[in-house]
Write a protein that binds this ligand. Structure first.
Ligand code: SAM
Length: 291
């Protein structure tokens, strides 16, 4: 866990008191629910315009509900769903509640999603439905771009209540939503911003392919991410980067502080189980790590 140092942040921003607002309406593989308290402490030390270039379920964004934000992701269906929940939470809830949740229903809706008009309200409802009812909240597509994650079976819970869609909509109304690559997002960020970068793990193994579809996050992406974050630091941004091991530590400025957090990950694809792993958080904020 991080705490602000007695010296203050050294960055000229108004103090921000972190409060927990609520969960995301989405489940997401690699979501940072377990490290939210540590991440919220980092945002409390910074405040400012919140930027998440790898939004996913935007768990930290929804728990902080910042006054202004930029959320971006390369997954266009995800960004489409965020836009419709922002603009018409009741309609999304109403349509979602009408969909059956048996295994047979699931596969019919998965097929309808793969054949519907991309990026309309129907696609948004199906996206939320599939996220809530598929295996482990995974997103995976085949080479044709079709979503192919199996039914979640016993693990699926209730649909989110209308109140959660409404709370998420209120938070999203203060955010700009972009379907774009992280390079474009981070390079657009000026001073006074807080950037929380939670990229997919870079690995050559099957697992990342399973979690994120055919466009997995490669070595060049990781190199560019570090480069963009360092440039943003020079422009005055506060940065928090989550990553799974210290392989990248040598590439980061030695003045950045780190702390370990626990995350839950899927292991072994669809047939595997979930495992708690240690992940590192790095920051350029002058905050202390306490355990
Ligand atoms: C680990 S998840 C983020 C999880 C998120 N912090 C949460 O709370 O759920 C990584 C996200 O990065 C997105 N992504 C992958 N490659 C990207 C890229 N080049 N630019 C932007 N987003 C990307 C994926 O679609 C995925 O949503």
């Amino acid at each position: 866990m991080w705490l602000p140092t007695a010296r203050g942040t050294g960055i000229n921003r108004p103090a921000y008191q972190a409060t927990v607002h609520g969960p995301s309406f989405l489940r997401w593989a690699g979501s940072k629910r377990r490290s939210l308290a540590t991440l919220a402490a980092a945002y409390a030390a910074s405040g400012g315009h919140y930027v998440e270039p790898f939004a996913g379920s935007a768990a930290l964004f929804f728990s902080l509900s910042p006054q202004s934000a930029l959320l971006a992701d390369l997954n266009g269906h995800l960004v489409n769903a965020l836009r419709y929940v922002r603009d018409c939470p009741e309609e999304i809830y109403r349509r979602l509640s009408k969909l059956g949740r048996s295994e047979i229903d699931y596969y019919k809706i998965r097929s309808a999603f793969n054949n519907c008009r991309p990026f309309g309200i129907e696609a948004a409802v199906f996206f939320v439905y599939l996220n809530r009812n598929c295996f482990n909240g995974l997103w995976r597509t085949n080479l044709k771009g079709e979503f192919n994650v199996p039914y979640g079976g016993k693990e699926i819970g209730e649909n989110p209540p209308l109140a959660l869609f409404e709370v998420c909509s209120t938070s999203l109304k203060r955010a700009t939503l972009r379907h774009q690559d992280f390079r474009k997002t981070i390079s657009s960020v000026a001073e006074e911003a807080f950037i929380y970068a939670d990229p997919p793990y870079f690995t050559t193994s099957q697992r990342v392919f399973v979690e994120y579809g055919s466009k997995s996050f490669g070595k060049e992406d990781l190199r560019d991410l570090i480069k963009e974050l360092i440039l943003a630091t020079r422009r005055g941004a506060a940065i928090v980067l989550s990553y799974h091991h210290s392989l990248i530590a040598d590439a980061l400025p030695s003045t950045w502080r780190k702390t370990a957090v626990q995350v839950t990950r899927n292991v072994g694809g669809f047939s595997g189980s979930r495992k708690v792993e240690t992940e590192m958080l790095w920051t350029n904020l002058p905050i202390e790590s306490v355990t």
